[in-house]
Structures are given as C-alpha cells and as structure tokens.
Write a protein that binds this ligand. Sequence first.
Ligand SMILES: [Zn+2]
Length: 174
Amino acid sequence: MAILKIRTDNDAILRKISRPVDKTTPRILTLLDDMRDTLCEANGVGLAAPQVGVLRRVVIIDSEEYGLIELINPEIISSEGCQNEAEGCLSIPGKWGITNRPMTVTVRALDREGNMKEYTGTGLLARAFCHEIDHLNGKLFTDPGTLVRYVTEDELIDDEDKDDIVKSHADIKS
Ligand SMILES: [Zn+2]
C-alpha cells in the first residue's frame, strides 16, 4: 500500500492512451490498492491509472451507489440524457468547469477477480464514469466538446445546490 504521486497540469502522460489489461497480475492488484490509498488521501471521487503515471485501463471510483468500484478495461455500453454540472480534476488543481455529460451511463468492466460487471450511474456517478474513462483516452474535462465553461470556486459555493456542488467539486476531482 502506498500513496502515489498524482500527475498534474501539462504532464504529457495525461494525454496518452492507456493499454488494456490482459491479465490481472499481482502488479495490477497492487496498483488498485495503491490507487485506493491515493484517492482516499486526495479526498477525490475517482482516479484513473494514467493520473498516477501508469498507462493501463484501470479506474477506481468511490460511489454512494456501489461503494468503491474497481474497473478494469471499462467501457461505456449505454448512455442517455444530458447534464451540465460542475466538475474538477485531481490532475487540474484549482480549476472547475460546467461540463456536458450524459445523465445516465452504464459501464461494463472486469473486477479484480476477473468477473465481468455492469454498473449504472446517474448524475455524479455518470459524470465520474465519463471523466475517468476519458482519462484512459488521454482526454480531460477542460477539452472542447466537454467543457461548457469554467466556473470559479465562489460560483460553486453560491449555487443553490451548495452542499452537492461543494461535495462534487471537492469529490469529483477525479
Ligand atoms: Zn480527472
């Protein structure tokens, strides 16, 4: 177990495409454990392996719906609706933005035992699925097509859904 360094800002690794995991080796299990420790320490909602410098298709998300979700080779198999809510990223400290995301997303992925699982998320969890899988493809929430506009921290706190937004801007950092 270890706290890993989170890559930030213009680190080139954040723009690379991660490779699928062929086999869940002890190394991948250690990566998952270390990512969990790192996410907890950073007080985020989600973390993708490239954010800690590992170009493999591995994601973790701390969700209300399912608890801690570990996703290996995740794929979005369906999505519907749309939402424009606030998002931040542990790799882009100090910036938040309203993004354009589907409202509901279903993801299929392997778990650490090699079982294929499906998870459906609405709202925050749907945003987190999209945000993390984007990381595996070298994309960030600040990219054109995703970012609607930047928001300031004050704007987030003035929002009527203050608690939710404060939580999501702290937590969805992912
Ligand atoms: Zn992120």
